[in-house]
Design a binder for this molecule. Structure first.
Ligand SMILES: *Cc1c(COP(=O)(O)O)cnc(C)c1O
Length: 351
């Protein structure tokens, strides 16, 4: 439990480039099963140009964070949930399942080796990125036989910068992230590349993020970019916190699940209920929907201040972070850093 807090808490490391020195690697083949687990220096991979995953998108990933604890140790937040979700993604893409213990072991080895990269800066964390892809050098249109499981890590600052500021969102009317029967409820690489055009459109419209709608009726709010959405009705102790239901076309976030339970524990009424864009707008205009926020491993809890849509813009509350959003954000961050009792056993200590 030594704390190696020898890194200066310098400028924000941003999100996605400050990789740590190691890479965990584990191979799969039908004969040997999972084998050759090893911690390697972070370096380029050597891949055959016909690597199946590159061509046919047989690629899945996860996202988790490790946090420096109050006592100097390091803990990963709910890695077993991500291990289960990883296997649901694998099953959807006809990939072999990875025993949860092997998944968590790989994460543990990387975090144990590289956690000194994480300072005790309260806004920094170690973002962990497990990845699995088909490695057969064969272009037959069929699932790969061999696979590679990797875990890499980078030091992360705030996803939207280091100060929590409300984001503005554009409702995507002409593009879809997911469809019924598709892969919207799993974390496969193929869900993300096609979302970049809508994300760019949002930015061109002066917004930071996209809100996705259902594709059957094109009016039910699903989620935002790569984050789940929560809505607050009313205020004070009687406020209700609700999120959109898991219809099969949105990603079941671990943060979403955690906040549903934490909100109930904080005494709020909690629900999973559909909300259309029209209801969102009318609710804000009537002052019934008082706060909206997005949540995810990367974004933590980020308030949504303004919404752009074909019928014009509207503001959520006064456009700033509301009290319920603030309370939930604090509760989550305090728990992740070990500043409050971990009653559910969500912190997985590594070093
Ligand atoms: C990863 C992800 C989320 C958030 O999931 P967490 O487990 O909370 O990080 C939400 N939506 C999409 C589309 C995602 O890819």
């Amino acid at each position: 439990m030594t704390s190696l807090l020898n890194k200066p808490a310098a400028a924000s490391p941003g999100h996605g480039a400050a990789f740590t020195p190691h890479l965990y690697s584990l191979k799969y083949s039908p004969d040997l099963g999972w084998h050759d687990g090893d911690l390697l220096p972070m370096d380029n991979l050597s891949l055959h140009p016909a690597t199946l995953g590159l061509h046919y998108g047989q690629v899945i990933f996860e996202g988790m964070k490790a946090f420096r604890q109050q006592d100097g140790s390091v803990a990963v937040f709910r890695p077993w949930e991500n291990a289960r979700r990883f296997n649901r993604s694998a099953a959807r893409l006809a990939m072999p399942s990875l025993p949860e213990q092997l998944y968590v072991d790989g994460v543990d080895r990387l975090v144990a080796a590289d956690h000194a990269e994480l300072s005790d800066h309260p806004d920094h964390s170690l973002y962990l990125r497990p990845l699995m892809f088909g490695t057969d050098a064969n272009l037959m249109l069929r699932p790969s036989e061999e696979y590679l499981f990797l875990v890499m890590a980078f030091v992360a600052g705030g996803f939207f910068g280091d100060v929590v500021r409300p984001v503005s969102v554009l409702v995507s009317r002409d593009q879809a992230r997911a469809m019924p029967g598709g892969t919207g409820d799993v974390k496969c690489a193929a869900n993300y590349g096609p979302s970049f055009v809508a994300q760019r459109k949002a930015q061109e419209a002066g917004c930071q993020q996209v809100v996705w709608l259902d594709q059957a009726e094109r009016r039910w709010v699903e989620e935002m970019g790569g984050m789940n959405l929560f809505f607050v009705r009313g205020s004070g102790a009687g406020a209700e916190v609700f999120t959109t239901p898991l219809t099969g076309t949105l990603l079941p976030g671990v943060t979403r699940d955690s906040l549903l339970r934490m909100a109930a524990r904080l005494g709020y009424r909690v629900a999973e209920r559909p909300v259309s864009v029209d209801q969102w707008r009318a609710g804000c205009e009537a002052g019934e929907i008082t706060e909206v926020f997005a949540c995810g491993t990367a974004a933590v809890v980020t308030p949504v201040g303004r919404v752009r849509d074909v019928d014009g813009d509207f503001t959520v509350g006064d456009g700033e972070m509301g009290p319920v959003t603030g309370a939930l954000r604090r509760a989550l961050v305090d728990l992740q850093h070990g500043r409050v009792p971990d009653v559910d056993g969500w912190l997985h200590r590594v070093a």
